[in-house]
Design a binder for this molecule. Structure first.
Ligand SMILES: [Zn+2]
Length: 141
């Protein structure tokens, strides 16, 4: 016989492979959420502990461009040689493979796009604007 493959066994193999695949996915998903719970929103705290252990590290505040989530406010540390040590990189699905951008103290007005110093910005929820006029325009007045 040319083909002795039992279709029932084939079906079982497929089902087995699928089950393994799903178990693996569930497992990594679960590990990820543990990392997430452990690190999310606590990046500064973890950086400060890292600096206590290694005072040559410098605390950096800025944005992390996660490959999955996009731009995120974040804290990390930089070694004297300029390389990045991010104690909480595992909170991100891309685990530190994204881009780190140091915050230089300025931001862009969410309404007109003008570059403004953070301390001069008028906070509007998650946004900042340069002037009262822009604040009113942002809320549609
Ligand atoms: Zn503006």
């Amino acid at each position: 016989m040319m083909c002795d493959e039992n279709p029932d066994i084939r079906q079982q193999e497929i089902a087995e492979t699928f089950r393994e695949h799903m178990t693996e996915r569930a497992r990594t998903g679960q590990e990820f959420s543990l990392d997430y719970a452990k690190y999310r929103g606590r990046c500064r705290e973890h950086c400060e502990s890292a600096i206590e252990l290694d005072p040559t590290l410098r605390l950096v505040r800025g944005y992390y461009y996660c490959l999955a989530w996009g731009k995120q406010q974040h804290f990390w540390t930089v070694r004297p040689d300029g390389s990045i040590y991010d104690p909480t990189r595992f909170q991100f699905p891309c685990k530190g493979e994204g881009i780190y951008e140091e915050f230089d103290g300025s931001l862009n007005c969410s309404q007109c796009g003008k570059s403004i110093k953070e301390e001069d910005a008028i906070p509007m929820g998650n946004y900042g604007v340069c002037s009262e006029a822009c604040a009113l325009r942002l809320v549609g007045l």
